[in-house]
Write a protein that binds this ligand. Structure first.
Ligand code: C2E
Ligand code: MG
Ligand code: MG
Ligand code: MG
Length: 276
């Protein structure tokens, strides 16, 4: 259909492609407005110690009520934010907001913030982390950055240097979605992570699928051998939690222990916890 363009010229985009481009541009424009006008918020999902049942912290998850459309899950806009570079300022906002909120929580509770590979590669991530810590007063030890294997794919020298600098600050680094990327094992050796997050795709099949069990056992064993502890994501059932405990996984996060919730609900949950 490329020949049917107007004025005898060539048309490079099919109507469907034009439609996609228009939607993408509209999404980008709406993201800019949300960024400028405070349209994003964070939801907090509890992270729980599997032995004691105590809440040890939360993961901050981006939420966006898109005007005229409704709730847009991050999976549907992060990629456009990455392509347009908007992930930088959006990620900086998330860091600021998460640190400010976590500072009001009691004791040693940690806050985990996701950092996209693109955000990581843009200059200024280190400075953004320092600024968020300074303006909130949150001790660095209570901030954890969740990165995926994508972060380690390119720019290895510079990336590793940044990770080491962040760690020297006292910030914790967790490997998110572990097992879904490429040559995962190698990455664990390349950089000393503080925590490995076992991906939901393995947790989901625990109890049904023997190979999922074998993978979880292997990931926990290998992490422990490297001196790293593990957290499982997407835990929905008691059976999954039991199997994870059996295999030596220390922490869990999932709908069984709490869905992502607003800040005040998270604080209320802390208040309702029984003190052992
Ligand atoms: P993630 O970091 O792996 O976050 C976990 C996702 O699993 C969240 O989805 C969470 O709501 C969902 N989840 C947690 N427990 C369960 C469970 O028991 N069952 C099921 N079915 N799902 C569960 P969400 O909030 O839609 O976020 C999706 C992804 O978007 C995140 O995956 C993360 O990669 C990205 N994301 C979210 N917030 C941010 C952010 O502030 N910055 C960046 N760069 N990425 C973010
Ligand atoms: Mg995460
Ligand atoms: Mg994850
Ligand atoms: Mg995930």
């Amino acid at each position: 259909q490329a020949k049917e363009g107007g004025r005898g010229g060539y048309r490079f985009f099919s109507p469907e492609m034009n439609q996609k481009l228009r939607e993408r541009r509209a999404l980008e424009a709406d993201l800019r407005v949300a960024l400028a006008q405070g349209g994003f918020r964070l939801a907090y999902q509890p992270q729980v110690n599997l032995d004691t049942g105590a809440v040890i912290g939360a993961e901050a998850l981006l939420r966006w009520e898109r005007p005229g459309i409704g709730n847009m899950p991050p999976d549907r806009f992060i990629s456009v934010a990455e392509e347009t570079g908007l992930i930088g300022p959006i990620g900086t906002w998330a860091l600021q907001e998460a640190c400010r909120e976590a500072c009001t929580w009691p004791g040693q509770l940690t806050i985990a913030v996701n950092v996209s590979p693109v955000q990581f590669r843009q200059s200024g991530l280190y400075e953004a982390v320092v600024a968020a810590l300074e303006s909130s007063g949150l001790p660095p030890e209570r901030l954890e950055l969740e990165i995926t294997e994508g972060v380690l794919l390119n720019d290895t020298e510079e990336t590793l240097a940044t990770l080491h600098r962040l760690r020297e600050l006292g910030v914790k680094i967790a490997m998110d979605d572990f097992g879904t990327g490429y040559s995962s094992l190698g990455y664990l050796q390349k950089f000393p992570f503080d925590k490995v997050k076992i991906d939901r795709s393995f947790v989901r099949h625990l109890g049904g699928d023997r190979s999922a069990e074998a993978i979880v056992r292997a990931v926990v064993g290998m992490s422990h051998a490297l001196g790293v502890h593990t957290i499982a994501e997407g835990v929905e059932t008691l059976l999954q939690a039991d199997m994870l405990r059996q295999k030596g996984c220390e922490e869990v996060q999932g709908f069984m222990f709490g869905k992502p919730m607003n800040a005040s609900d998270f604080v209320a949950l802390l208040g309702s916890e029984e003190v052992p």
